[in-house]
Design a protein around this ligand. Structure first.
Ligand SMILES: [Zn+2]
Length: 379
């Protein structure tokens, strides 16, 4: 067993990181791990942290390894944001933390899971720490790609690239780590296009499988502008439903905990001003989180939609490549019957444009409508 067991399909990255653990010349104080969503950036970052803390370089079983992997090690801090940006106050706190010696471990490790969400001023604050390394402190920054990270940060850290793991490796992980049935694991890994977290959700949650099927089925249904507007509304609604389902319970727990901390009566009709102020600050934060979550869900739906047009391209070409949507081969065949490869490319472009526009803060429903209108099937 080793801490690297769950870092699947990343031989080159694992070689680089594990060499840094054993060879001081191969070590540096700031690392930047990049890789597409679902490639396992945070899993790799935690494994690296564990290997650095472990007396045996990452045995995977000792206390140091286990706590670092679980995220409870006293000298491993994991920063994940659910808001849209990482704020400057947080960055200043981290810089102070970085100056302190490790309390129990061999290193102080600070993992920032969304370095692409560093606010510009936050990045400036961090830069100072990256420019003046502290002997036993290591920064591990994660982001989708180099281009997502502010250049000054990029130039002061060592880059390690993760790739999309092969479907077979993702399926094998779900079987071994999560006890998923092999046939389901293979289906989920393929349908999730090797996104590990998504594959696990598809494997475990029938609702998620149904939502995915509904999204993909939309492709073969859009025959008029009316259908297009309806399809866009459906996509938007599916995402909002999922966001509500994911956040309701958590939002009210947070609110109850805040009231308790402030010594306020949760049943009171009106709260004193200082309580009201804190509650509305929390509500703003929750709203931001819901917005981000909804956008992430829409983006994932669009990735699902892309997969069926890609499958249709593959079927057109006759190349001996497995379909992502093997379970929906009938719908793929239907698209192949009515759309030429050029028209399929046009559809892929339209979906790509919608993703870019939503990423640039265009209201999702508007971007989705424009996209769906371009996806109309010829009559
Ligand atoms: Zn260990």
């Amino acid at each position: 067993m080793s801490v690297w067991d769950d870092v699947i399909g990343q031989e080159a990255a694992v070689t680089t990181l594990s060499r840094a653990v054993t060879d001081p010349d191969a070590m540096t104080h700031a690392w930047l791990l990049t890789g597409p969503p679902g490639s396992g950036r945070s899993v790799a970052a935690k494994a690296f942290a564990a290997a650095l803390q472990c007396p045996d370089g990452g045995c995977g079983t000792c206390r140091e390894c286990r706590t670092a992997l679980e995220g409870t090690h006293a000298d491993v801090d994991i920063i994940a944001t659910e808001g849209l940006t990482l704020k400057v106050d947080l960055a200043r706190d981290l810089v102070q933390l970085a100056a302190r010696r490790p309390s129990v471990g061999r290193w102080r490790v600070i993992i920032i899971e969304d370095a692409d969400r560093l606010h510009e001023r936050a990045a400036d604050a961090l830069l100072k720490a990256l420019e003046e390394p502290v002997a036993r402190t290591v920064w591990i920054l994660c982001a989708p790609s180099l281009e997502d990270v502010i250049i000054t940060i990029r130039s002061r850290s060592r880059h390690v690239r993760l790739r999309t793991p092969p479907v077979e490796a993702v399926a094998a992980l779900l079987v071994r780590r999560d006890g998923i049935d092999p046939a389901m694991a293979t289906f989920a890994a393929r349908a999730a296009q090797s996104h590990v977290g998504l594959a696990l959700r598809l494997a475990r949650d029938e609702g998620a499988r149904n939502r995915r099927r509904e999204v993909i089925a939309l492709a073969a249904k859009i025959r008029s502008v009316g259908d297009a507007v309806g399809a866009a509304a459906d996509l938007d609604l599916i995402a909002k439903d999922e966001a509500v389902a994911a956040s309701n319970e958590r939002d009210s727990t947070e609110r109850a905990r805040l009231l308790e901390t402030l010594g306020a009566d949760p049943g009171a009709r009106t709260q004193p001003p200082h309580v009201r102020a804190q509650v509305s600050a929390l509500e703003r934060e929750q709203k931001t989180r819901a917005t981000r979550f909804t956008r992430d869900v829409i983006d994932r739906s669009l990735m699902d939609l892309i997969s069926i047009y890609r499958d249709a391209m593959v079927m057109h070409s006759g190349a001996p490549i497995g379909l992502v949507n093997q379970d929906m081969a009938d719908q793929v065949r239907q698209l192949v019957g009515v759309l030429s490869p050029e028209q399929l490319l046009g559809c892929l472009d339209a979906i790509g444009t919608a993703r870019e526009r939503i990423d640039a803060n265009v209201a999702p429903l508007l971007a989705l409508e424009a996209m769906a209108i371009s996806l109309q099937l010829p009559r």
